[in-house]
Design a protein around this ligand. Structure first.
Ligand code: NAD
Length: 295
């Protein structure tokens, strides 16, 4: 069993760290918010007073932080992970961040004699609690093999997506599809309303026809056809519109840097921007149907 430093004990990090404890690992946790460190102690996560104390003598360090700037800071600062973790430490960044920062951090980690994978997740807080997350992993094959048993304590599906940063690349490509298809399905239901086509009839047909997709069949944005979808609980999340906007912006940033043309991704980012600006950041992202289905 490994000694693991866990940095970032928020909505996702705390239950993930808790599952590592349940699997028998010794976990030392750190978060800027002291209250989160205290709360995590109830799950058997040992409290560290600083980043330096968290990584002291660890075999592996996991980060679950908001975005690229926090990850770069936590890794790169003088009293941060790279300067203080033992040489050879396995670093696992599970945050969703931009591909460029992820690749920069991989380079710094290699320079500091550490092995690293980027391993963003899908599955949300529910998946983190149940230990059923999907991990999309980028990094050297040897680092991936070392990370696999640790990730297995927190998730069900673990996929090696290639070299440094490719886990992040897979995550934003997937979520760009998700954002675009959610808008497409919402527009189809709005058009059905306009044409007097019953929503359930559209669902019954499209879910068996070529319009079939996850946004329709699992996460249907109108109440009724899929009783478990957030539309049936007034769009309580789930996956918030703010998180979707973050991922769509990351996809656009990556598209610009790589010179890739993604007009529908750009349109989706701007529509989710409008939806969030309208005070809907904390609603589930499928709530965009309410903005699209205007009378
Ligand atoms: P969160 O805001 O609940 O947790 C982030 C934690 O990091 C907070 O507790 C914060 O205090 C801590 N933190 C910030 N800066 C820090 C620093 N410099 N040092 C130490 N701690 C610091 O966010 P979350 O929902 O847990 O998401 C974490 C990551 O997972 C994000 O990148 C997000 O995009 C990704 N993600 C979230 C979900 C979800 O449904 N919540 C799903 C998939 C992926």
């Amino acid at each position: 069993m490994a000694r693991i430093a866990f940095i970032g004990l928020g909505n996702m990090g705390r239950p993930m760290a808790g599952n590592l404890v349940k699997a028998g690992h010794t976990v030392t946790g750190f978060d800027l918010a002291e209250a989160n460190v205290t709360a995590a102690a109830a799950d058997g996560i040992q409290a560290a007073e600083s980043l330096v104390a968290a990584v002291d003598g660890c075999d592996a360090a996991i980060t679950m932080l908001p975005a690229g700037p926090q990850v770069a800071d936590v890794f790169g600062r003088e009293d941060g992970v790279l300067a203080n973790a033992p040489s050879g430490t396995l670093l696992i960044d599970c945050s969703t961040i931009d591909v460029s920062t992820s690749r920069d951090v991989h380079r710094l980690a290699a320079g500091a004699g550490c092995r690293m994978v980027d391993a963003p997740v899908s599955g949300g807080v529910g998946g983190a609690e149940a230990g059923t997350l999907t991990f999309m992993v980028g990094g050297e094959t040897e680092a991936f093999a070392s990370a696999q048993p640790i990730l297995a304590a927190m998730g069900k599906t673990i996929v090696h997506a290639g070299g440094a940063g490719n886990g992040q690349a897979a995550k934003i490509c997937n979520n760009m599809v998700l954002g675009i298809t959610m808008i497409a399905v919402s527009e189809a239901f709005a058009l059905a309303d306009g044409l007097g086509l019953d929503r359930q009839a559209l669902f019954d047909i499209s879910s068996k026809a070529s319009g079939q997709c996850w946004s329709l069949t699992t996460y249907c944005p109108v109440p009724g056809p899929v009783p478990t979808s957030p539309a049936n609980r007034d769009y309580q999340p789930g996956f918030t519109a703010a998180m979707m906007l973050k991922d769509l912006k990351l996809a656009q940033q990556a598209a610009n840097i790589s010179g890739t043309t993604t007009p529908l991704g750009a349109a989706a980012a701007s529509l989710y921007g409008l939806f969030c600006k309208g005070g809907n950041e904390t609603l589930d992202f499928s709530g965009i149907f309410k903005m699209i289905d205007v009378e």
